[in-house]
Design a protein around this ligand. Structure first.
Ligand code: SF4
Ligand code: SF4
Ligand code: FES
Length: 380
């Protein structure tokens, strides 16, 4: 049942705020025994509360033993990552009013992929050791500017790492990472986004050494591209995009020993030669001839069931010239590597901004006129 405001609470300036009844279920974990118990808490809280405020009220008035992390309360410090209904959130960013109005009782649990210390507190040790492995500090590789001058970095170069620089190290992306779930040694989205932050920095001179390291086992090519990290990052870092940029930079620098890099290169080659992905050749081009021969029985089975198109002659798309022209433009503009990704991101956001849906909440208003309802093309 939707909850109505029930009373009023004194705000910090003495004014009364409407309150609501908030219920949450919290997974409590006993560090001594490892026992887990799902406990329900109901508290009265002002309508403006976040999940973190609710936890504070529970700890203050109901059960002082509840453990969770917090510090800034304003989405800066990255301390309050946890899961709500199985998805990682920052508690201080999550408003409760709509959840209460929907009559929903959310389940709060600790972040995933990190060892639980107590209740909602996880051990961030593995997170920090992967961060350290990225060598997250500048290794200067630029010429000193002349006396009295500053080193200027162009806006175009800053755009490459703009999103990565927004990371607050909360771990929400790591919590949701599918690849880390099956391989805890995978460097993971947060650390790799930090790596891109330095690989893409125009002042850093260690980009090739960094890329060599990130291309090792448990590195960039182990990402399954599930995009959960992009979906759950509360700061818009888009770690999967950062990993894609690292891949593109690696190939640009000729670091392509991993099967993942070979796979990506074949996609490009196939598209520019035929306009299609030549799937039959994908396995030998990616895994090499010996590995392909070992899989010949499996391939024959697929061929018998019509799942493998004959590789010769390759089917060439009617408009293949367009694919080739696109490739030529990218090369002429020098937008290989991460710059190409940034250009793609900007193109997508431009398209989104100029669609009807993008303008829906930002109608053009001429002073003195009623706003036009763009959804129906009429005045409301
Ligand atoms: S896209 Fe890659 S890094 Fe991101 S959550 Fe999925 S597997 Fe992990
Ligand atoms: S990339 Fe996003 S989700 Fe991951 S640690 Fe940084 S801010 Fe948090
Ligand atoms: S308390 Fe700092 S990010 Fe939530």
């Amino acid at each position: 049942m939707p909850s109505e405001p029930t009373a009023a609470a004194a705000s910090t300036n003495g004014a009364l705020s409407p309150t609501m009844d908030v219920a949450v279920k919290i997974w409590r974990v006993d560090p001594e025994t490892g026992e887990r118990a799902l406990k329900t808490y109901e508290v009265e809280a002002p309508e403006w509360v976040t999940l973190l405020d609710v936890l504070d009220i529970i700890k203050d008035r109901v059960d002082g033993t509840l453990a969770y992390r917090k510090s800034c309360r304003m989405m800066i410090c990255g301390s309050c990552g946890m899961r709500m209904d199985g998805a990682a959130v920052l508690a201080c960013k999550t408003r409760m009013a709509d959840i209460v109005a929907a009559g929903h009782v959310p389940v709060i649990s600790p972040m995933g992929n990190l060892p639980i210390v107590k209740d909602l507190v996880v051990d961030m040790g593995p997170f920090w050791s992967k961060m350290r492995a990225m060598k997250p500090w500048l290794q200067p590789g630029y010429e000193e500017p002349p006396e009295g001058k500053e080193y200027h970095v162009s806006q175009e170069r800053m755009n490459v790492i703009h999103k990565e620089a927004l990371c607050i190290n909360c771990g929400c992306c790591v919590s949701e990472c599918n690849s880390m779930e099956s391989d805890p040694d995978f460097l993971g989205p947060a650390a790799l986004a930090k790596g891109m932050r330095f690989v893409g920095d125009a002042r850093d001179g260690a980009d090739v050494e960094r890329l060599e390291e990130y291309n090792s086992e448990h590195g960039i090519w182990d990402c399954t591209r599930c995009y959960f990290c992009n979906e759950r990052c509360p700061k818009g870092v888009d770690p999967r995009d950062a990993i894609a940029k690292l891949g593109a930079e690696s190939i640009k620098h000729g670091i392509d020993r991993d099967m993942g890099a070979k796979h990506a290169k074949w996609f490009v080659k196939s598209a520019e030669t035929t306009g299609w992905l030549r799937e039959t050749e994908l396995v030998p081009k990616t895994q090499g001839v010996v590995s392909s021969i070992m899989q010949i029985k499996f391939a024959m089975g697929l061929a018998r069931r019509g799942k493998v198109p004959p590789p010769f002659p390759p089917h060439v798309a009617a408009d293949v010239k367009e694919a080739r022209a696109l490739r030529d433009i990218v090369q002429q503009q020098g937008r290989e590597g991460a710059l190409g990704h940034v250009q793609g991101e900007r193109a997508l956001s431009y398209i989104e901004h100029h669609t009807t849906a993008g303008n829906r909440h930002a109608p053009e208003i001429t002073p003195g006129e009623e706003p036009v309802n763009r959804d129906v093309g009429e005045r409301p």
